[in-house]
Design a protein around this ligand. Structure first.
Ligand code: AMP
Length: 403
């Protein structure tokens, strides 16, 4: 009975008393129930406290910070000027967050802008114009923001909120100095929020430097290794490939191991990811021992970013410090599951394990959760990938313990 979810009274978005125009935006996106990171994070942010949130894409973390900061901007001061700065590792993420912001703030007067590198001079000029005309929420990648700051026309003195998103990736990508430089331009009196899939020591050190007495919210940290962030998505088979591409779209520079249940899906997935521009190799029973070793060596040496493997070889893979293990299909038994996710998060590092559950795999996954003694948090499939199946595992017909 000490299950925290047992007596839990479901919170609704209306309980937050957001500005009515903002509430209209939430409605228009079809959000009804806050996700755990929203439920726990939004009240803390609304109180004005600094926050460290450990949450991965799919947990609703973006709205968890966009909603309360937009609400505060609306309630306090909608005059022109940069009120919130969101710093992120990649262009893809900057664009995603900006689009999310546009959706949520559609009926409000709060404006936003994404600023990221690799675009032409005309775009740079447009960014400059928006920055100097007082856009309210700026979502940026570090390098590009510094380029603007160096030109001397950016005024950060009106900033009230600083958000560092996917902080672990930013540090992996070598953005520490850039982040500190940007922060040196932001007023000290501000509210700072840091989100990161994992919280290794270097993130804690960063947090000590830039946050003030932060509250912490952790989503889905659970056994077997406390430092592994486990997440699962209930999906139809047809949604798996688009969801992989979506999740890996912002994963530059990370080591990723994907397990498939069949040789054919291994090959197909590897081909599609190559097409999407990732450094991918595959490993399955068509390869002889020598070829397998060659692939494993280059994966170990981080020459390739993504390795797609069939179940068959899963036990033989001895690579440590993988950032993300993705089960493209639910593993056949819980031990395999634990064994696989243990590939992430060695020693000081911590990692992420994601599992795709198709309707047929739900029962199998429920059995895994039973063994873990804990429910794995279910991520929200992005709307543009279509309606996803509800996770509601039922014993399949004809199932018996003996099987
Ligand atoms: P994120 O983890 O922020 O990348 O969000 C993942 C997906 O979940 C996005 O497509 C969001 O639009 C969606 N989402 C976020 N919060 C909610 C919610 N409370 N209800 C339904 N969908 C949500």
């Amino acid at each position: 009975m000490n299950n925290p979810y047992y007596h839990h009274q479901q919170l609704k978005f209306s309980d937050f008393n957001f500005n009515p125009q903002l509430a209209e935006g939430i409605d228009s996106l079809g959000f009804e129930i806050p996700t755990p990171i929203q439920e726990q994070g939004i009240p803390i942010i609304m109180e004005g406290k600094d926050l460290i949130g450990s949450a991965q894409t799919g947990t609703g973390k973006t709205a968890a910070f966009l909603l309360p900061i937009t609400d505060r901007i609306l309630k306090e001061n909608t005059s022109p000027g940069i009120k919130a700065l969101v710093v992120v590792p990649t262009r893809e993420l900057a664009v995603q967050i900006d689009q999310h912001m546009e959706g949520l703030s559609y009926f409000t007067s709060v404006s936003s802008l994404a600023i990221y590198g690799g675009t032409d001079g005309a775009t740079f000029t447009r960014e400059k114009d928006a920055l100097t005309s007082g856009v309210n929420v700026v979502v940026c990648t570090p390098g590009r923001m510094i380029a603007h700051l160096n030109m001397g026309y950016v005024d950060f003195s009106t900033i009230k909120f600083l958000i560092l998103d996917e902080a672990d990736r930013m540090l992996d990508m070598g953005f520490y100095d850039d982040i500190m430089k940007i922060i040196s331009h932001v007023p000290k009196k501000r509210q700072t929020l840091l989100f990161s899939a994992t919280i290794p020591t270097d993130i804690l050190n960063l947090a000590k430097k830039v946050l003030h007495d932060p509250a912490e919210v952790n989503i889905a940290l659970s056994k077997p290794a406390e430092k592994i962030l486990q997440l699962a998505y209930s999906v139809y088979d047809t949604q798996k490939l688009p969801l992989v591409k979506y999740l890996l779209g912002t994963s530059k520079g990370r080591t990723i191991l994907i397990f498939c249940s069949t040789k054919s899906s291994t090959k197909l997935l590897s081909r599609e990811l190559k097409r999407a521009g990732l450094e991918v190799q595959e490993i399955h029973s068509d390869l002889d021992q020598k070829e397998r070793e060659r692939v494993m060596n280059s994966f170990r040496a981080k020459e390739i970013q993504v390795l797609v493997a069939t179940d068959v070889v899963s036990r033989g893979i001895d690579v440590e410090n993988i950032d993300l293990v993705l089960n493209y299909d639910v593993p056949n038994d819980a031990e395999d599951y634990i064994h696989r996710i243990g590939r992430t998060a060695r020693a000081e590092a911590s990692g992420v394990a994601i599992t795709f559950i198709n309707p047929d795999g739900q029962w199998k996954f429920a059995e895994i959760e039973k063994l873990l003694g804990k429910k794995v948090y279910k991520g929200v499939v992005p709307k543009q990938l279509g309606e996803a199946p509800e996770y509601n595992p039922k014993k399949p017909r004809g199932f018996s313990r003996r099987r």
